[in-house]
Structure formats: C-alpha cells, structure tokens
Design a protein around this ligand. Structure first.
Ligand SMILES: NC(=O)c1ccc[n+]([C@@H]2O[C@H](COP(=O)([O-])OP(=O)(O)OC[C@H]3O[C@@H](n4cnc5c(N)ncnc54)[C@H](O)[C@@H]3O)[C@@H](O)[C@H]2O)c1
Length: 491
C-alpha cells in the first residue's frame, strides 16, 4: 500500500521534502497558505526529478501522487508522516502543532525541519508531545542524505525507531543526537564558519569570492569525503590523531578566530556582503545555480560511491536494499523464468553520464554494459567471495552498437543473454532499453582467469554449470539481430 506523507509548509525545505518522499514512492499531501506554493514546489520537483533518480545505480519506485490541500485537516488525512517546514518562528510552529495534533493520526510521526529550536520547545504545552521530533534536513533535501534526528524523553522508543526507519527508507541518514541542543550539531559549525566569514569580509581581509575559493579549492572537498576528525587523523601522518593534536593544540589559545565575537549586523555589513555576492554570481539566475549545485553534488556523491565511502557508501547500501523491488536478482536460483533474457540493470541515466550533445555519452554505454556483466557474473556465482578466492572473468572483446539516444533522467534497463558458456569462455549479449525503445546492444567475450597467474583458466565447476544452464535455456530464443556484427554493413 502506498504510504502517505503530509508536508506542512512547502517553501525551499518543504518543497525538497515533498520531492524526496514523492520520488521514493510516497503519496504527498501539501498544505501551504501561499498561493505561489504549487508553482514553487513544482520548480523544486523539476530539479529533483533531474537529479535524484540517477544518484544511485538502481531505479527508484514509481512516483507517488502529489496533491495540494486548503486545510491542515485535509492535508494530514491518512498521513503516517507529517513534516513541518513553516518559517523559523517558535510561536508560529507551536500554533501549527496545535492544529496538526487536532487532526493527524495519533500514531503519525511529526518531524520538524527546524534549524535551531530544540524538540522540547516544540513539544511544550502539547497533550501528546511524544509524536513530535526534530528531523532537520539539509538543502537540497532531495539530494543530501543527512537528517539530524533530535528527540526528548517524551518520545517513546517506538516513535524514534519508526522515524529512523522512515528516514532510512528515503535513502537518508538519521543522525540521532544524544541530547538536544540549540541548532543541533551541523548548524553550530555552519554558524561558527559564517561568523568568521563575516569578520573576514568586514575587516577587508578577503572578499566573498575569495572565501568561497578558500573553501571549494581546499578543505571543503576534504570535508565532503572524510569530515573533520578523519581528515585530521590522516593529516597527523603515521602517528595519527595524537600527533595531530600535539602539533596543533597550542594554536587553539592563539587569537586565530573571532569566534566569540559577532560583527554588528547593520545595513552597512549587509550591503557589503550582498554587493560582493552580486558581483561574484549575480550573472547567474538562482535556478541555474541550483542546477549547477545539483550537477556537482551528484557527481561528487557518485564518485564517493565508486569508492564505497561516505555519502556514496550510504547510497550504495540504499541501492542494495532496493534491488529486489527493482526486479534484480542475485543468483540463478532466484530467476523466475530461465528461458528469458536476464534483467541485469534497472536504473536512470545519471547527470554525470551525459555529454555536450545533451545525451548519454558513448563511454557510459560500456560502463552500463560492464555493470550488467558484473551482475551476470554475480548471478552465476562469480561474486565478491569467489573473486577474492582467486578467480574472475576478464573481457577480451567488445562490440557496442548505438541505436537510439537517451537523456539524463530517462529510465534504462539492460537484459542479458548468454550466447555461449563453456570452459573458460563466456559470450554475452546485452540489450539496453528505455521502455520499449532499443537503445544499444553490447556483445562481449570474456575469459575466465586465474588471478594468481593472470592467465586464462577454467572456472569452478558450479560457475560453469550455471553458465551452461543459462546458455542452454537462452538457446531456444531466436538469435538476436546484430549478433556477431563487426563495424560496417552486415556480413
Ligand atoms: N533554508 C534552509 O537552508 C533550511 C535548512 C534546514 C532547515 N530549515 C528550516 O526549515 C523551515 C522552513 O524553512 P524554509 O527555508 O523552507 O522557509 P521558506 O520561507 O522557504 O518556506 C516556508 C513556507 O511555509 C509557509 N507557511 C507559512 N505559514 C504557514 C502555516 N501556518 N502553515 C503552513 N505553511 C506555512 C510559507 O508560505 C512558505 O512557503 C524552518 O524551520 C527552517 O529553519 C531551513
């Protein structure tokens, strides 16, 4: 059954939440008194549809339905999750909670996007404080996985577990804080950095652009992959963290930062910062900057995924959990109909697979087919464990035909046939589709290799047996058009 989320307040953050739920298969019901809310959400949703489905390597479920409602009562009807993202004013939030709790299901979880308030401040005065938690996301909510989950003793364990489960189910990471604190964890850093940056601009040390360069050419990239402590651990050299602390500890007492001091936040400062910011990026509309940001985030997170690290490792784990629902299997025994080509990939073309022609670039066809070959290998038993034991397949020859173009965001599926599997040889035929449209075919000859000698050698008996089983079952299908083709007219 489709799950339902109510989004209360559909601005920058509420719109991002709406997209995150919707693209993960939830029905979404929105309440926002702003007559512009529908237009704003549809723009956020457009950005999300462009970037999120291709973030991972496994297709997301079918989108849920999006509806807009005139009252809170209607919006929360049937919702098991309510996400509050109204402006950051405690009196307004408290008023909204009173209305929400008059109508929402008693077992629904109400998550607040608040950047600064503690959950106890939101629970204060409520008859049922236990269903209210803080679930603080990061912009863009549809791409960044972190959610700070902040709870109090009023929250039963079941509510906390449910919150973690639902957040994880959206491909996000619930960071459950041990104690509540103003501004949680991440925004305390951001606040410190923001204060320091305001001083540097005010004192004429650096412009907004120079400060951005100091971050994006250096430590910003480091932080994105290892955070603070692992980065410093590595910086300590072989002796690690203790050495690092001994070396840099003394400077903590030097006047390096103005952290405790806040520059006077007057018109002069605002004009100075905003003026420099306009000069830096005023030529780019915000929607364009959002798209550039999303392209960069997807590219970085996918690079991290290749190393199975950080936000990329989180996405990989989410993909793994989605494989069954996407129709992907892990062994011959799990194949429902042996006689049909095997589904070896079901995904969306990611943003980083396209080129200057605006379509999927040629090298990514091989990338996709290589991933399908990897899955076929896994299905016949040539999995990570087998490879670690010393055997694998190496590709000896490839022939790809590019038949139709495909764009970022389009769904693609690859179906694979075993043309021949005997002894050391594995001859595969991949067909890539978008819906009914044939996009490309890939024909590959692989040889089984002994990883110790790096020479061809027969596979383990169970692997050859699985391969033969598939080859025999697929032999009853008509030969695929284009099999054995070389470049040029058919021979
Ligand atoms: N902007 C960020 O980077 C960011 C990041 C994380 C968390 N947050 C938090 O998310 C919340 C929302 O911030 P935002 O940046 O999306 O603000 P926003 O101004 O973009 O959106 C707020 C939306 O709430 C609507 N609204 C106002 N009163 C309402 C009511 N009574 N019922 C329903 N909707 C109402 C407004 O019409 C508006 O569309 C705040 O608590 C903020 O601290 C913001």
């Amino acid at each position: 059954m489709t799950k339902t989320a109510a989004i209360i307040g559909g601005g920058v953050i509420g719109g991002g939440w709406a997209a995150r739920f919707l693209l993960n298969g939830w029905d979404v019901r929105v309440f926002d008194p702003d007559p512009e809310a529908e237009r704003k959400i549809s723009e956020v949703l457009g950005n999300a549809r462009r970037s999120l489905p291709g973030l991972g390597n496994v297709a997301l479920p079918a989108e849920g339905s999006l509806t807009f409602h005139d009252t809170i009562a209607e919006a929360v009807d049937g919702a098991e999750w309510v996400q509050e993202s109204v402006p950051e004013r405690l009196d307004l939030k408290q008023k909204v909670y009173a209305q929400l709790q008059a109508f929402c299901a008693p077992d629904a979880v109400i998550g607040s996007s608040t950047s600064g308030f503690k959950p106890s401040q939101l629970q204060d005065g409520r008859e049922a404080p236990g269903q209210i938690v803080v679930t603080h996301p990061f912009n863009p909510v549809y791409l960044l996985p972190l959610v700070e989950l902040v709870t109090t003793e009023a929250n039963p364990a079941g509510v906390i577990e449910r919150a973690k489960e639902i957040i994880s189910g959206l491909g996000m990471y619930p960071l459950h804080l041990k104690k509540e604190i103003d501004a949680h964890v991440a925004d305390r850093f951001l606040e410190a950095v923001w204060r320091e940056a305001l001083w540097l601009v005010k004192d004429g040390i650096a412009t907004t652009e120079e400060i951005d360069n100091a971050i994006r050419y250096g430590f910003g990239i480091r932080w994105a992959q290892m955070g603070l402590f692992d980065t410093y651990r590595v910086a300590g050299g072989e002796a690690g963290m203790k050495h690092f602390m001994a070396q840099f500890g003394p400077c903590l007492s030097w006047p390096w930062t103005k952290l405790m001091d806040v520059p006077e936040f007057n018109d002069e400062l605002v004009d100075l910062i905003a003026g420099q910011s306009d000069a830096q990026s005023g030529h780019l509309p915000i929607r364009k900057m959002e798209q550039i940001r999303d392209d960069n985030l997807v590219g970085m997170m996918r690079a991290l995924g290749n190393n199975d690290w950080g936000a990329g490792a989180l996405q990989n784990a989410h993909d793994k959990g989605r494989e069954g629902e996407a129709g992907l299997v892990g062994s011959v025994a799990d194949l429902e109909d042996l006689s049909q080509p095997v589904l070896t990939q079901s995904r969306v073309v990611p943003l980083d697979w396209t080129d200057y022609n605006g379509h999927m670039t040629e090298s990514r066809y091989l990338d996709a087919f290589a991933q399908s070959t990897d899955r076929l290998m896994m299905i016949i038993g040539c999995d990570a464990e087998y490879i670690a034991s010393g055997g694998s397949y190496f590709t000896a020859e490839t022939h790809i035909r590019h038949i139709d173009e495909v764009h970022a965001g389009d769904p693609i599926q690859v179906r694979t046939r075993v043309i021949m599997g005997q002894g050391k040889k594995m001859h595969l035929w991949h067909e890539m589709y978008s819906g009914e449209r044939l996009l490309a075919t890939g024909e590959h000859m692989l040889l089984h290799v002994d990883l110790a000698t790096r020479r061809s050698a027969p596979p383990a008996a169970h692997i050859e047996a699985n391969l033969v089983k598939l080859a025999e079952a697929h032999a009853s299908l008509a030969a695929p058009e284009g099999l054995g083709r070389a470049i040029g007219p058919p021979r």
